[in-house]
Design a protein around this ligand. Sequence first.
Ligand code: F6R
Length: 351
Amino acid sequence: MASLAGGEELDDSELIRKVDASDMLGVLSSMPEQVRKAYALPRPRLGTSKPKLVAVLGMGGSAIGGDLLGACLLEKKGPQVIVNRDYRIPEFVGKGALVFAVSYSGNTEETLSGFGQAKKRGCRIVTISSGGKLQQLGDPATHIALPKGLQPRAAVAWMLVPMLGMLEDIGAAPARADVEEAAQILEGIMKELAPSVPASNNISKAVAAQLHGAFPMIFSGPLLAPVAKRWRTQLNENAKMLARDDVLPEMDHNDLVAWSEDPMAARCAIILLRDTAEHPRVARRMELTRRLGLDRARSVREVSSRGRGTLARLLSSMAVGDFASVYLAVLRGVDPTPVRVIEELKKELAG
Ligand code: F6R
């Protein structure tokens, strides 16, 4: 493999241990195990009637699993998935819908509000949390209890994989082979991204060095859009950095114009998330978009998904960004785990 430039400071394991005081990297490294254990969690029996609509209610780190679920089902003949990040749920979420109310803490007010409405409308509901009000208000027979003590964003597989399993159980979309493939691919990736692997061979360390001191922008095709969003939110929460995500082909119809005009372009560091199965016209657009616009940025790097199944492609692309966000936190000297201002806001709202 060609040597990756930058990030040698991250080869100091003592520095990583010191800054990543609550060991976010350790938690991220357990992703393959999370995937397997989450698939093995006892799941409520939901009968055999296939819903036409699945609504995932959640916010932040608990919502992104819904986006990933929706992406997984794009390539299967499963039900349509919507992700609702609001106090209100749409009117079309009615009796026939299957609702996953997901909140790692179980106390997120938007999710609790949506859950209350879904209950009133007689929807089939599964609650997923590590405790909190959602567990108390939900039906114990249709509750999935998550292990406690994680940051919600670090528990994404715990929330995503049981939803895939439940859809498989009701015959809506097979999952077993995809889950196993994803776990295996992630095992390999974890070895490549580990702190012990020097920056010259570690793509996440190289990405961290690339994004350090720049304004990160993460772009992808439609399938990997939730992963681009995840990269952005991990940069926000772990590295405590402003960042942006966008999607092709849509951005070719607006964002592209700015790249040739705005001097800000020279301060932006771009990650292009490439999918092994992307539409050939999207692939062509990626090349042209680089040439006609993105090459004016400070730097552009492509990161490719791995695997055959959608889940493996999604989670492999996600893992590189998750690790990069923590390495970037280390370069910036900020502890990746705490998100104090989110907690402060929730306290103010509750008061
Ligand atoms: C924190 C995080 C946040 C939370 C969000 C909702 O790690 O990622 O985005 O996920 O504030 O809280 P929960 O997940 O407890 O419903």
